[in-house]
Design a protein around this ligand. Structure first.
Ligand code: SAM
Length: 249
């Protein structure tokens, strides 16, 4: 839980009048979230060619990624989100797909340079994340990169029953950082840097995973870190060099 059909019901019936800004209060707003939490983590991979965004909602991050991508494909399970984005961003260099919450069949093999998802696949269970990663193993170009925000709530299996809904934040209950890294390995991808971060409470219930489809012959190590300072760094605009992953030459 939440299942794909729970997600479809929830995101189709939500009041989207704030277009996603409501999830950025903790950062000090959308612009601060982009400047201090997102851009520093992905700027080594921008500008880019073809960006695939999973779960764009009403396009809060699409708006930033679009000028930095030659083209974008947006995939969301909620048709209202895809229709809103289609009207908001238009046809030029953009493709839009409402999916079943797990299929990427509409994306050509070997066509993606960057995968991005933030504030969205935290709501996905392990089976959904595994299906997406399995497909990304062929949809991404060799040498392409991905950044996905997902649940690590499964690490707290023994406490989940006692947590209230607010502390869970409707996260995938059986998803963990370990499972993400394993699903990458199974898909021929490498999770080069995974930050396990607290969200909504001191519990480390989320992860920001950076992964790549390695070039032929390329061998890259995995790195995992728990980052208790995530919120402090984001709110303080701390861009200390070395906090984030640097691309190998
Ligand atoms: C909390 S909203 C966030 C939207 C946007 N990323 C933002 O930050 O404003 C979650 C979004 O993820 C989408 N979503 C949830 N599960 C998904 C899945 N399995 N595949 C594709 N989209 C999904 C929902 O439809 C919704 O648009």
């Amino acid at each position: 839980m939440p299942t794909v059909s729970d997600n479809i019901n929830r995101w189709q019936t939500k009041d989207w009048s704030n277009r996603g800004a409501e999830w950025c209060d903790g950062f000090g707003g959308v612009q601060a979230a982009w400047d201090h939490a997102l851009l520093p983590r992905i700027k080594a991979f921008l500008p880019t060619g073809h960006t695939l965004e999973l779960g764009p909602g009403y396009g809060v991050w699409t708006d930033y990624l679009r000028p930095l991508s030659k083209r974008m494909t947006l995939v969301d399970l909620a048709p209202n989100c895809i229709e809103f984005c289609r009207k908001r961003f238009g046809k030029r260099r953009m493709a839009y797909h409402a999916n079943d919450g797990r299929s990427l069949a509409m994306v050509a093999d070997g066509s993606i340079d960057l995968v991005f998802s933030f504030n969205s696949l935290v709501h996905a269970d392990h089976d959904v994340m595994r299906d997406y990663l399995r497909q990304l193993g062929t949809k991404m170009k060799p040498g392409a990169w991905g950044f996905i925000h997902h649940s690590n709530l499964g690490e707290y299996q023994t406490e989940i029953g006692a947590m209230n809904h607010h502390h869970e934040g409707w996260r995938g209950r059986d998803m963990t950082g370990d499972k993400f890294r394993q699903a990458c390995r199974d898909a021929g991808l490498v999770c080069v840097f995974q930050e396990i971060i607290p969200w909504g409470s001191p519990r480390f219930i989320d992860a920001l995973s950076l992964f790549t489809r390695p070039l032929p012959g390329q061998s890259l190590p995995e790195r995992v870190e728990r980052n208790p300072d995530f919120w402090h760094q984001a709110r303080a605009g701390d861009h200390t060099p070395g906090l984030w992953y640097t691309k190998p030459r």
